[in-house]
Design a binder for this molecule. Structure first.
Ligand SMILES: NC(=O)c1ccc[n+]([C@@H]2O[C@H](COP(=O)([O-])OP(=O)(O)OC[C@H]3O[C@@H](n4cnc5c(N)ncnc54)[C@H](OP(=O)(O)O)[C@@H]3O)[C@@H](O)[C@H]2O)c1
Length: 293
């Protein structure tokens, strides 16, 4: 039996759909949810939903009963994530789980000097705990979701005609979250993945100057890219009323990109999917062509 955590979120839910598509029987899949009301669509598919909260060890232990493999989707609360992840790993081990597949984070700078250290730290700690656990593990080092590019450039980008982010000429090997979930399901329903670490990236990285060019081509308008300093970015966004936590997140990813920390590319994902992942050009075309017509 395969237990999928974060099953009410985008990554976990998509992974379950791809497991079913791969022919894994619904009775062989269990969804962990802290709010079962958010998983009624999975229940309707025949997937059992078990209650569990990363903060509540007994609930996690109960959910592990009869489970062989766990897709451990990292939690979304970066401040509580380390203790939560320790609970999940300890419950999996105590519950007799054999193999844990974990959604980690990919950056070239895995030290406190990274602008993304707040994000990376708990992932690296979790990787270490998993490796020490004695259970088989597969680590998915996930780059930035390509789905976040439209968020970072702003929903009004075609109106304002400008991308404003402190990312310099840095590139990112982003891929769509759904394609990461698809490759994850292929790992869970396949074999020979124990002890492996995969880089979930594109084979080609892109910059925001390229995103601006794609958007110009799609819209027929000139979309420019301006890269301020991180300080100027924070001041401008604050003046526009952006909440501090969003400024920190946008700035953290952009400055890490400027420093080359997100530029890793490779073919791990391509091999697991059996095709090239969607390119940024195709994704933006699909997204904005729909919005424009
Ligand atoms: N690579 C990237 O670009 C990127 C970007 C954003 C996030 N991430 C990471 O990847 C993970 C999956 O991404 P996503 O898009 O699927 O995020 P998401 O849609 O926010 O889903 C997060 C899932 O984790 C569950 N969760 C959070 N805290 C929990 C807790 N205490 N106990 C049990 N479940 C808990 C959520 O449950 P509820 O539905 O109850 O909230 C939800 O099912 C995120 O959680 C984050 O760690 C990666």
């Amino acid at each position: 039996m395969i237990l999928v955590t974060g099953a009410t979120g985008a990554f976990g839910k998509a992974s379950i759909h791809f497991l079913l598509k791969n022919g894994v029987a619904a009775e062989q899949i269990v969804a962990l949810a802290r709010d079962a009301a958010k998983a009624t669509d999975l229940t309707a598919l025949g997937v059992a939903v078990r209650p569990g909260d990363y903060d509540d060890y007994p609930s996690l232990l109960g959910a592990m009963e009869g489970v062989e493999k766990v897709l451990f989707v990292s939690g979304s609360d970066i401040f509580k994530r380390s203790s939560q992840h320790k609970n999940v790993i300890e419950a999996a081990k105590a519950g007799g789980v054999q193999h844990v597949v974990y959604t980690s984070f990919l950056g070239t700078n895995e030290t406190a000097s990274s602008p993304l250290w707040m994000v990376a730290q708990s992932h690296l700690q979790t990787e270490a705990w998993l490796k020490e656990s004695g259970m088989a593990y597969t680590i998915l080092k996930n780059t930035l979701y390509m789905d976040f590019i439209p968020v970072f450039v702003g929903e009004k980008v075609l109106e304002t005609g400008m991308i404003y982010l402190p990312a310099g000429d840095g590139k990112v090997g982003a891929v769509l979250r759904s394609e990461m979930a698809e490759a994850t399901a292929n790992i869970l329903s396949g074999s020979n993945h124990a002890g492996k670490t995969y880089h979930f990236t594109h084979s080609q990285a892109f910059s925001y100057a390229e995103v601006a060019q794609h958007l110009s081509n799609i819209s027929g308008k000139t979309i420019s890219y301006v890269s301020p300093s991180a300080e100027e970015f924070a001041q401008t966004m604050q003046a526009h009323g952006m909440p501090a936590e969003y400024i920190g997140l946008f700035s953290g990813f952009a400055t890490a990109q400027a420093l080359g920390e997100l530029e890793t590319v490779g073919t791990d994902l391509e091999k697991l999917l059996g095709r090239q992942p969607t390119s940024i050009q195709t994704y933006l075309n699909q997204l904005y062509a729909t919005a424009l017509h």
